[in-house]
Design a protein around this ligand. Sequence first.
Ligand SMILES: [Zn+2]
Length: 108
Amino acid sequence: MGHYRSEKDFLQALKRFNAISSKKYAWHTGISEKEHACAFGHSISPDTLFFKKPMDLEGENTIRVCRECMEKLVFITVDSDAHAREITDRLYHQSNPPSPKLLDMQRH
Ligand SMILES: [Zn+2]
């Protein structure tokens, strides 16, 4: 694995990466059923984790990237320095406030 120690760390970083753009255009995880092409020229083998997002409102065009490329994009954007990490963490928490139920549980 490249930039992240675990898949969990990476997927958490991906949430911060998504926090800097509209939810309509968030990156989603997928498991490939057939071979796909990564936008950066790699091939995505069947049954592997990859990442996709819509390129238009109708969802007719989708961009797909392989895991290695997504890790690179995420790492460079949100984790290559402490400032970026802090800002994206704040944006993530702003757009995903804890649910009232959870807050309630913490109070008791
Ligand atoms: Zn790739």
